[in-house]
Design a protein around this ligand. Structure first.
Ligand code: C2G
Length: 152
């Protein structure tokens, strides 16, 4: 009997931590469903994203080990999703350890170790340093222009 796994997440700036998680989830069963948080739900989660939902969903949908993507619109949909899709295992990174144990009534609940050293927040901060250096480069050009004028 095919085993169905479900997980939920934002998957902003898709990175190796997301990929490793999805691959490990797929190895737990036969069918992997990923509920991708909509932009509206991320606002509810207080999570600012860079990539809009439609693109985050399309990227996840095209990951080899993912069989289906559904929208995650709210906190309350998990039980219905588990019942509707005949889910055997709910799994998510252990940053959520214990938070979804209420699902144990409906399916197995598994928390997997996160991949260390990478996160969407870290990527955003790195991007910010690049944008700051662009500002510094522009500032340097202004100084050079001024120096040229002074020496002319
Ligand atoms: N993850 C991981 N390793 C990382 C970063 C993320 O294993 N270095 C996992 C998270 O633990 C999560 C999944 O990748 O299981 C998606 O992470 P996020 O996009 O940050 O998802 P989150 O905002 O935690 O949304 O209802 C549950 C929420 O929607 C989960």
């Amino acid at each position: 009997m095919a085993k169905t796994i479900i997980t939920y997440g934002t998957f902003d700036l898709f990175h190796i931590g997301h990929l490793k998680l999805l691959q490990r989830l797929k190895s737990l069963g036969d069918k992997l469903i990923v509920a991708v948080s909509t932009d509206e739900f991320n606002a509810l989660k207080g999570k600012k994203t860079i990539i809009p939902y439609a693109q985050r969903a399309e990227i996840v949908e095209n990951i080899k080990c993912v069989d289906m993507v559904i929208p995650e619109n709210d906190w309350e949909q998990k039980i219905l999703d588990v019942q509707k899709h005949h889910v055997d295992v709910f799994a998510i990174g252990n940053d959520w350890e214990g938070k979804f144990d209420f699902l144990k009534e409906y399916c197995d609940v598994v928390y997997l170790d996160r991949t260390e050293g990478i996160s969407s927040t870290q990527l955003k901060n790195t991007l910010k340093t690049f944008s700051v250096s662009k500002h510094e480069i522009l500032k340097a050009f202004e100084i050079l222009e001024q120096l040229k004028k002074d020496f002319d």
